[in-house]
Design a protein around this ligand. Structure first.
Ligand SMILES: C[S@@+](CC[C@H](N)C(=O)[O-])C[C@H]1O[C@@H](n2cnc3c(N)ncnc32)[C@H](O)[C@@H]1O
Length: 201
């Protein structure tokens, strides 16, 4: 087994033991295809958790690709940092612990792939904040956009999910209307929205 696959398997075991959230198995095939098509060189991730998707993205990207990943929970960031150190990608990963909202305005522009996987209710705000950070041709992938089937389902939503579901509906409306973007929503897992900016079909 290649060192990367063994490490991903170890991260998966840790996620199962600790309950840390990671990219769902049902979405991985689609995500891999998108990464191979996009072939990113500079990746931004919001929501590292313990580092599964960060490692997954670098495994599937150009061997020179770099990644900046943001995580607000210090305990999760520490676990991710330990996995990154064990990976062959340590020198190409910049893990920042803190609130994404505070860190985003400090980043230098030029990202050609962004993976949104932080607070779901913040997706519309993340979308606005990443715009100045994108390269001319870029891909923005957002996870959980169909949130348990509630986002494109019954307009009535239970109170406890209302804000989150309304914000995800707002996010989908925003990306579908965004000039220069073509957005696809894939239903596998919890729903993945992929917005291609200035990409020809
Ligand atoms: C679904 S998990 C990320 C899973 C990870 N991308 C993976 O697939 O391996 C979402 C993560 O976003 C983090 N998060 C939530 N709000 C955040 C914020 N405002 N800034 C940074 N990280 C945040 C959470 O602490 C959590 O670890």
């Amino acid at each position: 087994m290649k060192v990367e696959s063994a490490l991903l398997a170890e991260v998966e075991r840790t996620a199962a033991e600790t309950g840390a959230p990671i990219l769902r198995a049902a979405e991985r095939g689609r995500f891999r295809k998108i990464l191979r098509q996009a072939a990113p060189r500079r990746i931004l991730e919001i929501g590292t958790a313990i580092g599964y998707s960060a490692l997954f993205m670098l495994i599937e990207s150009d061997p020179a690709a770099t990644l900046v990943t943001l995580e607000k929970e210090p305990g999760l960031a520490a676990r991710a940092a330990a996995f990154f150190r064990k990976s062959p990608f340590a020198a190409r990963i910049d893990l920042r612990q803190g609130e994404a909202e505070d860190i985003l305005p400090t980043l230098s522009p030029g990202f050609d792939f962004v993976f949104l996987d932080g607070a779901k209710g913040q997706y519309p705000a993340y979308w606005e904040k990443i715009q100045p950070l994108l390269s001319d041709k870029a891909v923005v992938a957002a996870d959980n956009v169909l949130f348990q089937g509630l986002v494109e389902g019954d307009p009535w939503v239970a109170h406890r999910y209302r804000t989150l579901v309304y914000r995800l509906r707002e996010y989908l409306a925003l990306v579908r209307a965004a000039a220069g973007y073509r957005t696809e929503v894939f239903p596998e897992g919890d729903g993945l929205a992929v917005s291609w900016r200035h990409w020809e079909r």
